[in-house]
Design a protein around this ligand. Sequence first.
Ligand code: ADP
Length: 482
Amino acid sequence: MRDSQGGLFRNQCFIGGRWVGANNGASTMVFDPATAEPIGTVPHAGAEETSVAIEAAATALAAWKRTPARARAGVLADWAHLAEARIDELARILTTEQGKPLAEAMSEVGSTIAYLRWFAEEARRIDGRILQAPAADRQYLVMREAVGVCAAITPWNFPSSMIARKVAPALAAGCTIVLKPAEQTPFSALALAALAEEAGVPAGVFSVVTGDARSIGQQMCGSTTVRKLSFTGSTQAGRVLMEQCAGTIKKLSLELGGNAPFIVFNDCDLDAAVRSAVAAKFRNTGQMCTCANRILVQDGIYDRFTEKFLAAVRTLQVGNGLKEGTTQGPLIDERALHKVEQLVDDALTRGGKLLSGGRKHVLGGSYYEPTVIGEAVPAMRFAREEIFGPVAALYRFATEVEAIALANDTEYGLAAYLFSRDQGQIFRVLHALEYGMVGVNTHLIADEAAPFGGVKQSGLGREGSREGIDEYLETKFASIQL
Ligand code: ADP
């Protein structure tokens, strides 16, 4: 991919308002997962460059924090406006580095813009409280202030919206932030940085450092200047980062893995359940932490659900995301493909029934066939682990109590889905599910207005909604003797 003057395809880091390479000149190649062709290089930066970005964020903090919230909101709104004007370009960069169909990339960039707008509005609503003091000549004030310098680490599955979900509330709150995007998908982050610069985000308020994850992460976590880390990624990496942040008692937002149950009860609207199950399982080639990892279907509807589900899955079009009509792109890389193959093999040796797919796709590379496995049971590896691929596992259950027990039998607690027409059942199950988000008769749960996040080992904190900006605000209490 080549950049034209003023284009959004950047191959340098954006640190302290300047476009720079790694100090030692090192760079890393990024590949298109659809073709395995190189797309371009980004600097292979490390601890030193991260430290410069953190210092720049610390220098920029005082003025940005003092900038009236309405002015910060204006900058975010301008950023959103510029992104909207270049949505096609942003979506193409996203599909080229990540592989998802262009229509999904457009929708993701749409949500990037929505987050920028939402938090521009939230900036205007930051407020405090006056409490009842114990004496007439005392005043109690509760104020909300920016946390300070923040750091963010984002994954490759949503390389654009994950950035907006962290950077927009940080900037809205008056924080400054240094971002490390995933090594597979740095270009969406750099494109957003280019637009932030154009929108007038002051130098140092938002920096992007690409390169060595470990050394950048260690520098971020170990820094006494950085007061908060926001991370989205695997539970495994989240644990490591949480430990590394212990030394400086950093605030943490962690959006980690999931193992979403998708519960289909006998009396549900079958067609709606099938449509949602396909979307919740196969969107982004199954590479989402909210993916329907376990589809639990009640006995009485199991056969009819399976038949309709298979028919819908067979309509999926596997191919290059840039090609018109593609509905399922490649997996992000060979490692991801290998993991999916292992999980499928494990399920089949433990009695799983292969109903569709189950192989690498004829297109080669990291393409995998949309796959459905019936008669899944909890002893299979994918009942415990995130599949992160286009493999649907169908489990059978008999009673509501059994469904709830199966659904909660996991260390994760991010998203769950349930399909039923019985109001009593909906509320009983909704209350019993140990999850941060529940879709009832819908798979649509992610929205800028809604708090996104999980319980148990799926993480800490929420993104989006009012909670999303709270994560970047600290409470200061003042007791004033008049
Ligand atoms: P995945 O295995 O799906 O790539 P990860 O959790 O490993 O998920 O990656 C998500 C993000 O976390 C990426 O930006 C990656 O570079 C980063 N990351 C992973 N491990 C570390 C680490 N030890 N220190 C800093 N960043 C890390």
